[in-house]
Every structure is written in C-alpha cells, then in structure tokens.
Write a protein that binds this ligand. Structure first.
Ligand code: HEM
Length: 170
C-alpha cells in the first residue's frame, strides 16, 4: 500500500526563496523595524495612561501630555510601518508567508486608529479626552497588544527577519 503513495514534499525545503527570511532593512543584521516599534508601542500606552490620569485628576497637564504622545505614536508608528512594509515587499520569504500579510493588515488598522487618536486632539487637547479620546486610546492599546504579539510570532514562530540556520549573509 505505502509504496503507491507519492513522495511527500516540503515546499520550504524545495524552494530556496522560501527560506530567504533575513531582514534587509537592518543595521549590521539587526532589523530596524524591531528597533523602531518599541517607540509607538510605548507612546500608545502613554496616551492611555495620560488620558486615565486626566479622568482621575482633571489636571489639564495630562491632555497636553496625551496630545504629544499621540502625535509621536502616530508618526513613529508610520516610520516603523514603512520599514516593515519595505521588508515585506523585498524579501521573498517574508512576502510569500500569509502571516506577514496578516501582520500588515493589523498594523495598518492600528495606524489609522493612532492617526485618528491624534487628529481629534489637535486644537482642543482637553475637550477631546472624554469620552472619545479615552475610548480611542483603549482601542489603540488593545490593537497594539494584538499587533505586537503577532509581530513577535512572525519572528519567534516563523523565523521571519532571521538568518536561516544562523548563517551570515556575507
Ligand atoms: C505597517 C506595516 C508593518 C509591516 C509590513 C510589518 C512587518 C513586520 C515584519 C516583516 C516583521 C518581522 C521582523 C522584521 O523583518 O523586521 C515584524 C515584526 C514585528 N512588528 Fe511589524 N510591521 C508593520 C507595522 C508594525 C507596527 C505598527 C507595530 C507596532 C505595534 C509592529 C510590531 C512588530 C513587532 C513587535 C515585531 C517583532 C519584532 C521582534 O521581536 O524582533 N509592526 N513586522
């Protein structure tokens, strides 16, 4: 019975391009995207923290903090997103994996929420916080957790951005 079965094939083993997952947007092999995402992640959480402190204390200092943090989260998120997108498009082994595109879709949705969370604060830091600013901050924080967790899965589960077998490109 078993001798009639066609031999099993592993497309990743057979096609060299599928193994090419090493980051190209990198400094000395260290992916820029992984370095940059820390900033929008931290700033998004800071916006949420500042909004909650304003809700609690009614101190006008916090909406100003939240407004600047929301601006930084959006701009640095876009910059991090550009490095990730270039990586996604130019590296065959990243481009071909559906998980990379799932991360891209999650990230673009997150960036649009970060943009909205900054835009509603322009011109009226304080009036924007309750309730819409706080709600958008909660949504952004939740989406950051999901997007960041999924980004980690790309690296640790699928080895995206890493050198196969630990070998150097040079
Ligand atoms: C907008 C488009 C984006 C694309 C196309 C993208 C693509 C990628 C890719 C290809 C990786 C694998 C590592 C690498 O090659 O550098 C990655 C990792 C990661 N991404 Fe994104 N990304 C995007 C935006 C974001 C944003 C906005 C966040 C912030 C929440 C984020 C969080 C992460 C994290 C935390 C990792 C894991 C880094 C590590 O542990 O080394 N990504 N992303």
């Amino acid at each position: 019975m078993t001798e009639n079965r066609p031999p099993l094939s592993d497309p990743v083993q057979e096609r060299r391009a599928l193994r090419d997952t090493e980051s190209r947007i990198a400094i000395a092999g260290h992916p820029l995207h992984a370095m940059l995402v820390a900033f929008p992640i931290a700033l998004t959480m800071s916006v949420l923290g500042a909004d909650m402190l304003y809700w609690w204390t009614a101190d006008a200092f916090w909406p100003r903090v939240a407004g600047w943090a929301a601006f930084g989260a959006f701009v640095l998120g876009v910059i991090a997103g550009i490095t990730g997108t270039v990586e996604l498009l130019i590296v065959p082994g990243i481009r071909i994996r559906s998980a990379s595109w799932t991360h891209f879709i999650l990230a673009v949705m997150l960036l649009s929420v970060l943009g909205a969370n900054w835009a509603i604060r322009v011109g009226d830091h304080e009036g924007a916080v309750l309730p819409m600013g706080l709600l958008l901050s909660l949504l952004a924080a939740g989406m950051t957790v999901v997007t960041g967790w999924h980004g980690g899965k790309l690296v640790f589960d699928y080895q995206i951005g890493t050198r196969p077998g630990g070998k150097s490109r040079s």
